[in-house]
Design a protein around this ligand. Structure first.
Ligand SMILES: NC(=O)c1ccc[n+]([C@@H]2O[C@H](COP(=O)([O-])OP(=O)(O)OC[C@H]3O[C@@H](n4cnc5c(N)ncnc54)[C@H](O)[C@@H]3O)[C@@H](O)[C@H]2O)c1
Length: 351
């Protein structure tokens, strides 16, 4: 089967990773780059593909089989609508939109047009996350009662310097930048989040945005969760540093980012260490658990996401992360921001 032609808009931090994975893909190849920056022209030259300064210019000249939007958040909706109008399937980086209202507008337009649209919550393609979901659904943990999770790390000064100064003001804090990934993980493992509460603090970095947040969650199935988020602590208890899925980060394979707890067992993720009672009558804190580590075959979720996008384009798969799913991740993240601001419990709507 000939490889699908994928154009990538935005050749920045994550766009370069998409370019790399598209070029390595079994099912797709890079057909063009869209990015007005001089650096992107160099990248296109190196990759041997045409460069366009705007999406309009690309669509006027060429018709790729799919487009990846790895552009700034505020461009996601308009550029996705352009792809939809041209009938070209689109993979949009997270967040689906910069506001909930704009996200809804996009999802409704996409559904109306029956468009093929995938949102880039790439962790949903992670073999670790999928194995955790499979284990939880197998029932070995019993009904899920609680989850404890964390995304705690130390972001270096360079993360906030010079052109990155936007991360020090509204819109740049770890709730909006990092928590949306965690929301996707939590929803996949435990179910829909229906209410949240949150405290935030900027006492350590003293920036206009939070550096730390303590969040409590209520899930539709009755389970409760706590989540600790901080970008200013010397701790490895984050997906980034424990999953080994992105080797740019220092890795601590012996640590967990989550523990999912049911009446019969608990699972550490990503170590996949399972502690459980074999028989209901053994359930007691006086009795030792049975213990095992669930085996995993690791793979890069960004690579798997491109293969999945190709399958969606071909009509062989429905999006694992649909527009509605991306919108729900944004809705929960927005609710956490609102809860921190008001000090109140914020209920989260679902469609
Ligand atoms: N999935 C992930 O883990 C992950 C990680 C990082 C970023 N992201 C998301 O990816 C998106 C890009 O983030 P980034 O960190 O790569 O940003 P970045 O600033 O490094 O890159 C953005 C690129 O878009 C280009 N650009 C600007 N205007 C454009 C236009 N009109 N058309 C085409 N290109 C244009 C810029 O020149 C730049 O090269 C954001 O939505 C971000 O939330 C996702």
């Amino acid at each position: 089967m000939p490889k699908l032609r994928i154009a990538i808009a935005g050749a920045g931090l994550i766009g370069l990773r998409h370019i790399e994975e598209t070029q390595r893909s079994q099912s797709a190849r890079l057909s063009a780059i869209v990015d007005p920056s001089p650096k992107a022209t160099e990248v296109a030259g190196k990759e041997g593909v045409p460069i366009y300064k705007t999406l309009d210019a690309l669509i006027a000249k060429d018709r790729p089989d799919g487009i990846v939007l790895a552009t700034p958040n505020s461009m996601h909706v308009e550029q996705s609508l352009q792809c939809i109008a041209a009938g070209i399937p689109v993979l949009i980086e997270k967040p689906i939109a910069h506001t909930l209202a704009e996200g809804k507008r996009l999802v409704e337009s996409a559904e109306h047009a029956n468009a093929r649209l995938l949102v880039g919550h790439h962790r949903r393609h992670s073999p670790i996350l999928n194995k955790a979901v499979e284990t939880i659904r197998s029932g070995i943990l019993g009904p899920i009662v609680a989850v404890v999770g964390s995304a705690v790390f130390y972001k270096p000064a360079s993360y906030y310097d010079g052109p990155n100064e936007w991360r020090t003001v509204a819109g740049g804090g770890p709730i909006l930048l990092n928590m949306i990934h965690e929301v996707g993980n939590l929803r996949a493992m435990v179910g829909e989040i229906v209410a949240v509460q949150a405290f935030t603090s900027n006492a350590t970095r003293k920036l206009a945005v939070e550096d730390t947040a303590a969040i409590t969650l209520r899930f539709e199935n009755g389970a409760l969760g706590t989540f600790l988020l901080s970008d200013t602590v010397a701790s490895p208890k984050s997906w980034e540093q424990t999953s080994q899925e992105n080797t740019d980060y220092a890795t601590y394979p012996d640590e967990d980012a989550y523990v999912v707890m049911g009446t019969d067992g608990s699972l550490g993720v990503p170590t996949m260490r399972l502690k459980y009672y074999e028989k209901k009558e053994d359930r007691s804190w006086y009795k030792p658990f049975k213990e095992k580590t669930i085996p995993l075959e690791r793979a890069d979720p960004l690579a798997l996401q491109i293969e999945h996008f190709a399958a969606v384009i071909r009509g062989d798969a429905t999006p694992i992360v649909s527009g509605r799913d991306g919108l729900q991740n944004l809705r929960v993240t927005d609710a956490i921001v609102e809860a921190a601001k008001t000090g109140k419990v914020v209920n989260v709507d679902t469609d």
